[in-house]
Unconditional design. Structure first.
Lengths: 695, 121
């Protein structure tokens, strides 16, 4: 579309230039012809004005120079001379060349422009750089606080004669923010004196806006010369503790200059309601009082509104109440599961519909209840900053801590229980990871090290990484240590991952000497257990000389998990779904083929399995085809043999109570839809226990 | 019923641009090539608003504004003049003649629409 306009402009400009040429030639013969001068000026003016509108900026700025000179000629300040005509003709050719060039898309000032401008300026008798484009002040888009303004807009009597509509202006003000308008009619003359075309009304406006005073002035831009406009700030709504009360009526009127202190004192002396008094005593017109009252009300309302918002934004609630709520929601999920099961068995359409509705609501209720307990992890992070600072100066190291993802939310309990493991990991990074400044410089690294702490959401869990740019893990040292402590045998061939995971083994420590910070060798296994207690996992990667990264994966919440429901005989068990990789069948023939070694072949890989029926000593006969649920723990795939896989299940975790605290392989229990109890298997612990039994 | 706006400008490209913009905004447009043409059309057609250039042959913008204000049908309509920033004195003249507001050239279609909305209410 704009191209079409540009084309129209070009055609028009060519016409104008042709006309300009004729006019200039005539002007040479009749240099005093005012009409001709006017025509030349207009042609220049149109080329300039339209040119800049359609993007021919170079033409516009060049033409501006010529126009300026002709403006002087038109005003009689400059005589038309041969030289002026010559220069203007040259300028005309120049503009034509620029237009031609614009076709090929090539912009830029042509050769010769500068000389013509120079010549014209010389003629006009002013020095170079006369035309500086008017710079519009940059609009600040910065956020501003809300401010309440008191505006008195008194239009001139003949405002209608200029076609202005005061009501349109007031409507424009209303668009800026909360606005109270009072029309003042005190200036109205008696009926016989009224001029129907005059404006006798004026307005008092109380406006609360965050747009600033200039936005208000902009509304009145066309009328500011013929009206009386007073804009005052009466209240700024930025502070936190704003008083609920606003100024008294008398104060407002005094501020506005509607009443003098003396008059006020007189009225006050009578000790009646101020407003009534002022009116009845004839000092003030009723409208003015009304306007002041409206101001009072407006500001109070704005403040009230703000306080309501602030009050609604957060509530402090004791944590126990939230725990209770989450527990109740847990019960509710259980009952809902029963309802759904019953409804399915009855095949009653009406009951099914209700059950589905309850299911949906329960899911929503569960999510929002769990959400309430979510806290950003940032507060924990900031505690670590202090820790890093203190420790590094104690050890004579220069360490900077950077954080990322402070806003990531986790269950309150999880955050609390994460604190100690994280402290330990950070201590390790500082103590074992990052080298002393000299050693760092020798290795070609900056003298100060960095520990980076980051939290990020990943599915239904949160990943927390602790990364340092220190020395990295020493594989050989780990191996030697593990041999020395008898954790591995000399012939063991370990992958890098397995080697690194050795540092989580109980009683392992590679520090050459024990420092106050870490290195008592009780560290990493405790960390690992704490993380696993939160149903999380921990992972290490490291490059020698470049640094170590520890990734902790923590589920979002402790109370409810997704799990896989399986059956062995008549008993139900749960496996946390986050650990489950896949399910495969196990036939009699498979078992026979493996010669009692409990290994299954899955896609050409051997996967060890644990027959749970055997392990839990469940009596009865297993079905001909059993199922292996393959899980992944610390990068190792382990299968669990069960009778049947039922499916996914929303599991509300119930603790087993103190009596069963030491039961191995079970982390909790849940109640199923039919009211029976299912145990939740602690897969890492089961794997560990079975491994420990192996010769 | 759509409001009618007259654009008076001797530059065909400006007229075209103004007309196009206003029509897109849902207004009806009457074009005039200079002040004289505009006054003549104003005396026969009813318009709700006038947008005029200041520099025009035959009758310039100031003359047009004065003439329009003398017509009973145009006494109270909004009149907006197109000016360049170098013409501050002309702006004052226009105001004195009865112009409601002004638009500084060069302007963008959005700016034109903003001013039209402002004065037409």
């Amino acid at each position: 579309m704009i191209d079409q306009h540009r084309q129209a402009f070009k055609e028009e400009a060519y016409e104008l230039l042709a006309e300009l040429e004729t006019s200039l030639l005539e002007l040479e013969e009749r240099p005093d012809d005012v009409d001709l001068i006017g025509r030349v000026f207009r042609a220049m003016h149109t080329i300039k004005g339209s040119g800049s509108m359609f993007g021919f900026d170079d033409i516009a700025s060049f033409t501006h120079e010529v126009e300026t000179v002709f403006d002087m000629v038109r005003n009689g300040k400059l005589q038309v001379t041969k030289r002026l005509v010559n220069l203007t003709l040259a300028a005309r050719d120049q503009i034509k060349a620029m237009l031609d060039q614009a076709d090929e898309g090539g912009g830029g000032a042509l050769q010769g422009s500068a000389e013509i401008i120079e010549g014209l300026r010389e003629l006009a008798g002013f020095c170079a750089s006369a035309a500086t484009p008017v710079q519009k002040p940059a609009e600040k888009a910065a956020h501003r606080d809300k401010v309440t303004y008191r505006i008195r807009f008194v239009p001139s009597r003949d405002i209608f004669a200029s076609g202005s509509n005061p009501l349109a202006l007031l409507n424009e003000l209303r668009e800026l923010g909360a606005c109270s308008v009072v029309a003042q009619t005190s200036e109205f003359p008696s009926l016989e004196e009224i001029n129907p075309e005059a404006c006798y009304v004026y307005w008092d406006v109380i406006l609360t806006t965050d747009q600033g005073e200039n936005a208000i002035r902009d509304v009145f831009i066309f009328v500011e010369d013929d009206c009386e406009l007073k804009i005052e700030t009466v209240a700024e709504h930025s502070g936190f503790d704003e008083p609920q009360d606003y100024k008294k009526l008398g104060e407002i009127l005094l501020e506005r200059g509607d009443i003098t202190p003396q008059e006020m004192a007189e009225v006050l002396a009578q000790q009646r309601r101020f407003g009534e008094l002022a009116i009845s005593s004839g000092i003030l017109h009723e409208g003015k009082i009304q306007s002041a009252l409206i101001e009072q009300k407006h500001v109070k309302e704005i403040r009230q509104e703000k306080q309501n918002v602030e009050a609604a934004s957060s509530i402090r609630v004791p944590a126990e109440r939230l725990d209770l709520l989450v527990n109740l929601v847990g019960e509710m999920v259980t009952v809902q599961a029963r309802l759904s099961q019953t409804a399915n068995q009855r095949a009653d359409a009406e009951l099914l519909a209700i059950a589905e509705e309850v299911e949906r609501l329960t899911a929503e209720l569960r999510d929002s209840a769990l959400n309430i307990r979510m806290l950003p992890i940032g507060s924990t992070f900031s505690k670590f900053k202090r820790l890093v600072r203190d420790l590094s100066s104690e050890l004579g190291k220069q360490i900077e801590m950077t954080t990322e993802g402070e806003e990531t939310e986790l269950d309150k309990t999880v955050i609390e229980r994460l604190n100690d493991p994280l402290v330990h990991l950070i201590r390790n990074s500082i103590d074992h990871g990052i080298e002393l400044p000299d050693a760092r410089l020798a290795a070609g690294k900056p003298s100060h090290g960095t520990v980076h702490l980051a939290a990020v959401h990943s599915g239904d869990s949160v990943l927390i990484t602790i990364e340092d740019d220190g020395a990295g893990l020493d594989k050989e040292a780990i191996r030697a240590k593990a041999l020395e402590k008898g954790i591995i045998v000399a012939s063991a061939e370990l992958s890098e991952k397995e080697l690194f995971s050795l540092i989580f083994a109980p009683g392992f420590s590679t520090a050459k000497k024990v420092s106050s910070v870490s290195g008592r060798g009780v560290g990493m296994d405790v960390v690992k257990r704490a993380i696993e207690a939160l149903r999380g996992s921990i992972d290490i990667s490291s490059v020698r000389g470049q640094g170590t990264r520890i990734t902790v994966r923590i589920p979002l919440t402790l109370a409810i998990i997704e799990s896989l429901l399986v059956k062995i005989g008549d008993d139900s068990f749960m496996l946390p779904l986050s650990l489950v990789d896949e399910c495969v069948e196990l036939t009699r023939e498979d078992v026979a083929r493996s010669h009692g070694r409990n290994l299954a072949r899955v896609r050409e890989h051997l996967v060890p399995y644990i027959p749970l029926r055997e392990r839990f000593s469940i009596k009865g006969k297993c079905p001909d085809i059993e199922q292996i649920v393959i899980t992944q723990v610390n990068g190792v795939r382990v299968g669990f043999v069960v009778d049947h896989v039922i499916g996914e299940h929303q599991t509300v975790i119930k603790s087993l109570g103190r009596a069963y605290k030491d039961v191995e392989g079970v982390s909790g229990a849940t109640i199923l839809g039919d009211g029976s109890v299912a145990l939740i298997l602690d897969i890492p612990q089961l794997v560990q226990a079975v491994e420990a039994e192996q010769p | 019923m759509a409001k009618v706006i007259m654009t008076a400008d001797d530059s065909a490209s400006v007229r075209q641009m103004v007309t196009f913009t206003l029509k897109q905004g849902g207004y009806e447009v009457v074009e005039a090539v200079d002040g004289k043409d505009a006054l003549q059309k104003l005396s026969t057609t009813r318009v709700d608003m006038l947008i005029t250039d200041l520099n025009m042959p035959n009758l310039d913008g100031i003359g047009l504004i004065k003439g329009a204000r003398a017509l009973p049908s145009c006494k109270f309509i909004p009149i907006v003049m197109l000016t360049t920033e170098s013409q501050d004195t002309r702006k004052q003249e226009g105001k004195a003649a009865g112009a409601t507001g002004w638009i500084v050239k060069p302007f963008k279609p959005e700016q034109l629409m903003a001013v039209v909305k402002k004065v037409l209410g």
